[in-house]
Design a protein around this ligand. Sequence first.
Ligand code: 5AD
Ligand code: SF4
Length: 471
Amino acid sequence: MAKKLFIKTYGCQMNVYDSARMADLLAPLGYGMTEDPSDADMVILNTCHIREKASEKTFSELGRLRAQRVQRQAEGRDTIIAVAGCVAQAEGAEIMRRVPDIDIVLGPQTYHRLPEMVARATRARDERLGNQGKPFKGAGMLDTEFPAESKFDFLPEAAAPQGVTAFLAIQEGCDKFCTFCVVPYTRGAEFSRPVSQIVTEAKRLVAQGAREITLLGQNVNAYHGEGIDGATWGLARLVRYLADKIPDLSRIRYTTSHPRDMDDDLIAAHGDLPQLMPFLHLPVQSGSDRILEAMNRQHTGDHFRRIIEKLRHLRPDLALSSDFIIGFPGESDADHKATVKLIEEIGFAQSFSFKYSPRPGTPAAMLELQVPEAVMDARLQEIQALLEAQLVAFNRATIGRHVPVLIERAGKHSGQMMGKSPYLQPVHAYLPAETIGQEIEIEITELKHYSLGGMPAAGHAASRQPERAIA
Ligand code: 5AD
Ligand code: SF4
């Protein structure tokens, strides 16, 4: 009988990708996915450590899972419990101490070893089941090494299809050490996959129905992988190669980028490569040079402005997204105003803003002058109201326009389909189901806050090149 696997994913798109690859790794062992943790033979929590409460959330989730396991054990069944991801990496030893009956704790760089660990955990579980009445013992395996081998060399070629839009990890880790960030510690040093490996995976995704691929990395535009010719290729060269070699790949996106790595080659690609979508997530974190310096971002507000200027010169309709940290230690009213000013000047289509959260082990957590909670709250509210107004204005400006929408799946209402505009806006329209996987020219007629409604534009064939100057 097929065994059931439940994976709960927290955090970023890289974790979503990793969860899918873990499922691919366990499929040959007879594991199929379930949506119900109480019915699962194995549960993986794929955790995130970027902001606060992550580890407490993990521990309380583990408490629930262990209670469910006791229930299942009473019925002669059992559950293997694993914690993966960045909380596992950062707090593996603590998890082992606080949850002595845990089976598996593994970091983001060792999940290719999961099948072997599951085989050992299965033996431990069988022993447990034969030990009715005695205290439960977990398999207790911890693997949070940064191994010399790359996990990507060990991941299976066979993978469950991701659908019309797919993620592909091309780069991982970070060497930049922003003073607030745990990523260099949890994901390790920067690593780029070779181009040939990426092309093979991209071709497979497209053969399985993907029309859009988002290239993923913690510092994706720092990509510097081994090219087809043996030389080191940057992201722009990789993107051009994928666009050239995979004709059915209509859309390419990449995330997340750092302003320092936005080189002229990549900026040029936004101007001349139709497959590269006019949407860029480029975190700036703050508008104050003083704070940017304390964050060790190694760029200024004006550096960011210049990049945006160059990009918009080549691609006037480029939609921008960013991340902001509010209340970094020492942030004054003047620093906060500089962030507000930068947001007003640039104009973002969407953004994420977070209250600063001191992460254990990062340099900023040791700084004095942590900003009082009430001040942070007030600043966050102001920034979020501004970003929200910009989002609504951006979406409103789409009304009446024709945009090519890549149809992904059926919507909530019967006959309705859902897809995305080039600017990553969700769009709903009444269309036949055969349109899934096609780019359809849609006339936008309605704004539903975060999403748009529309209908097929009369007399317009689907086209790849979106209209210019939308915002
Ligand atoms: N506190 C608040 N936000 C953070 N981020 C990263 N570390 C922290 C932290 N310690 C935010 C940054 C980053 C995004 C993924 O999470 O804005 O770009
Ligand atoms: Fe974290 Fe900075 Fe690296 Fe981004 S660039 S992952 S914010 S250390």
